[in-house]
Design a protein around this ligand. Structure first.
Ligand code: HEM
Ligand code: NAG
Length: 341
């Protein structure tokens, strides 16, 4: 707790700064979409005082066993929060009887993994405080702690108090989550609705400094010809990883490539350095380096990892506060996979 509380003033200054930077967006979004009413730091201080410590312990021990769990929490928070609201709708399983189709089964969710370990974190929380800590907060806290485990910003001031959805937004996943080949304009528009500006987008996509992309999402850049914006040596590496244009079920589930071959498990600015060299993995990644609205931030983050971390932390908080359910909306799920009986 000592280091946490001594960092608190820095953390709140950062949060305040993020609101000042957001400027116009913040005002425009004062309505429902980014309303964070009801969220606060340490929401569970009385109802479950060890909640944040429990999540951190679990995230740490899972990371020590399976490093890529920490990677998964970042992507999971992006998907959960971007599709309408940070409400753990992502975690619901398909339930035919209830007419519910899981968001996890959307093509946009391709490659997502480690969901079973969410259940391990939830079990630890339920053991200490039954029916108290929401799955939506679990995801936000796990992403925060995962970022720190991966050498990203430490102790991001994540507010809590989110409640869980009782329905899946499966039908809307594709309209909310950008595709791998999306235009920069569409991506900026999508994040602007969450109060994240171009600078924040360039930082958040820096999450692609860790993890992998399956050939399924890459082959369009490699065949019949390698996309001219790809550095030739990197293009050769990618074709080696994804040897055929036909990434059907035989290869697409298993074959993948990494954006960052130098520090693949570190949430650092190698992503931005790579973009400047034509080593962006997704088309949308590479486009950030040339679009005049985003390129200056790519260059600035490539030159300054601390600046990247500061903007990343503020933008992650913004994203994590996208239209949460609060108060008596939704519920606190007992099992993150199913609506309460
Ligand atoms: C324009 C926005 C974005 C697009 C189009 C996008 C797309 C993708 C795609 C296609 C993959 C690879 C899936 C696969 O083939 O396995 C991926 C992986 C990943 N994304 Fe994103 N993403 C975006 C933004 C974000 C954000 C904002 C975050 C988090 C802050 C994030 C975190 C991750 C992580 C950590 C992975 C690696 C997952 C793993 O290795 O298991 N992404 N993303
Ligand atoms: C983006 O890629 C998908 C396949 O993943 C393809 O169906 C779609 O046509 C592409 N869109 C654009 C604008 O190129």
């Amino acid at each position: 707790m000592g280091s946490r509380s001594s960092l608190a003033p820095v953390a709140s200054a950062l949060l305040l700064l993020s609101y000042l930077i957001a400027g116009n967006n913040g005002v425009a979004a004062a309505g429902s979409s980014t309303s964070s009413d009801g969220l606060k730091l340490n929401y569970y201080s009385e109802s479950c005082p060890r909640a944040e410590e429990i999540v951190k312990e679990q995230v740490k021990s899972l990371y020590e066993e399976h490093g890529n769990t920490a990677v998964s929490w970042l992507r999971a928070l992006f998907h959960d929060c971007t599709v309408k609201s940070c409400d753990a709708s992502l975690l619901l399983e398909t339930d035919a009887a209830a007419g519910l189709v899981s968001e996890k089964s959307s093509t946009r969710s391709f490659g997502m993994r480690n969901f079973k370990y969410i259940d391990a974190i939830k079990t630890a929380l339920e053991r200490a405080c039954p029916g108290t800590v929401s799955c939506a907060d679990l995801l936000a806290l796990a992403a925060r702690d995962g970022a720190a485990m991966l050498g990203g910003p430490a102790d991001i001031p994540m507010r809590t108090g989110r409640r869980d959805a009782t329905e899946s937004h499966y039908g809307e996943v594709e309209s909310y989550i950008p595709n791998h080949n999306e235009s920069v304009s569409a991506v900026l528009d999508r994040f602007a609705t969450m109060g994240v500006d171009a600078e924040g987008v360039v930082a958040l996509l820096g999450a692609h400094s860790v993890g992998r992309v399956h050939c399924f999402n890459l082959v369009a850049r490699l065949y019949p010809a390698v996309d001219g914006t790809i550095e030739p040596a990197y293009g050769a590496y990618l074709r080696g990883r994804c040897p055929t244009a036909d990434a059907k079920e035989d290869t697409r589930d298993v074959a993948y490539a990494r954006n960052d071959r130098v520090t693949p498990m570190v949430l650092d600015n190698m992503y931005h350095k790579n973009l400047l060299k034509g080593r962006g993995l997704l088309l949308v990644d590479q486009r950030l380096a040339t679009d005049p609205r985003t390129a200056p931030y790519v260059r600035k983050m490539a030159a300054d990892n601390t600046y990247f971390h500061d903007v990343f932390a503020a933008a992650l908080v913004k994203m994590s506060e996208n239209g949460p359910l609060t108060g008596d909306q939704g519920e606190v799920r007992k099992d993150c996979r199913f609506v309460n009986k």
